[in-house]
Design a protein around this ligand. Structure first.
Ligand code: HEM
Length: 213
């Protein structure tokens, strides 16, 4: 779980850098994004990494849910006295719930963009590339459906933030890379990452919705 988790974390950085191009909604900006999307879906090395990504998502989700079931089975009775906040944070006790929200988001998200890019009905831009930027913009600007979509995205990004709040440092701990001397650094980087990255993701759909004229 820790290895797939760290791989998914590195994906989050690359995917964010690509998506931030959508903050330029000029025609040139959209065409740049479309050219980038074409590269990301056709370049052979990236295609191989994508398969690894799909496997990691499925493995991480499946193994995570298995772990939640095992934990429940190991302690079927409830504690008489339970003061969870004394020694653990809310996110660490709800990783299964958070992961399920994130998985639901990924399924929705991939059916909206990834599926459309590969097999859906999609127009072409003036450079002859599939106009994925138009698909993304329409999704977030489409009247009340667009507003619901933007809200769902923001909620999903909050779930990712909480999931990473616990998961980032936990991955290092599991791999035994959490030496006492580095613990504060790993925790600080983890907390900063879990706030900044989901926030930057959330800004994109909100920005596109607000740019609607
Ligand atoms: C909210 C901002 C986001 C936007 C605007 C966005 C946009 C896109 C677009 C346009 C695609 C299709 C292009 C492609 O297939 O490469 C895509 C694919 C994908 N997105 Fe996102 N995304 C966002 C956030 C996220 C987050 C937070 C995750 C993970 C939790 C995620 C996971 C994925 C995955 C797994 C794919 C398929 C990638 C592949 O085929 O290699 N996205 N996204």
């Amino acid at each position: 779980m820790s290895l797939t988790g760290l791989f998914l974390i590195s994906f989050l950085i690359v995917h964010l850098l690509g998506n931030l191009q959508l903050l330029d909604l000029s025609v040139e900006g959209q065409e740049k994004f479309n050219a980038y999307a074409k590269f990301m879906t056709t370049f052979p090395v990236i295609k191989i990494v994508s398969y690894l990504l799909y496997f990691s998502i499925l493995f991480h989700a499946f193994d995570g849910l298995l772990l939640v079931r095992q934990n429940r089975a190991a302690r079927p009775e409830r504690y008489k006295s339970w003061k969870p906040n004394a020694n653990s944070v809310w996110a660490s006790r709800n990783m299964g719930l958070l992961g399920t929200i994130i998985l639901a988001f990924i399924i929705l998200h991939m059916s909206q963009f990834w599926y459309t890019m590969h097999w859906g009905e999609i127009g072409m831009d003036s450079q002859g590339n599939k106009d994925l930027a138009a698909v993304v913009i329409k999704t977030y600007q489409d009247g009340s459906a667009g507003m619901i979509m933007v809200s769902l995205y923001v909620i999903a990004m909050a779930a990712i933030a909480f999931h990473l709040w616990h998961g980032f440092a936990s991955a290092f701990q599991t791999l035994g890379l959490n030496h006492k001397r580095y613990t504060p650094v790993i925790k600080t980087v983890g907390y900063a990452f879990s706030v900044i990255v989901p926030l930057a993701y959330a800004i994109i759909p909100v920005f596109i919705l607000m740019a609607k004229n």
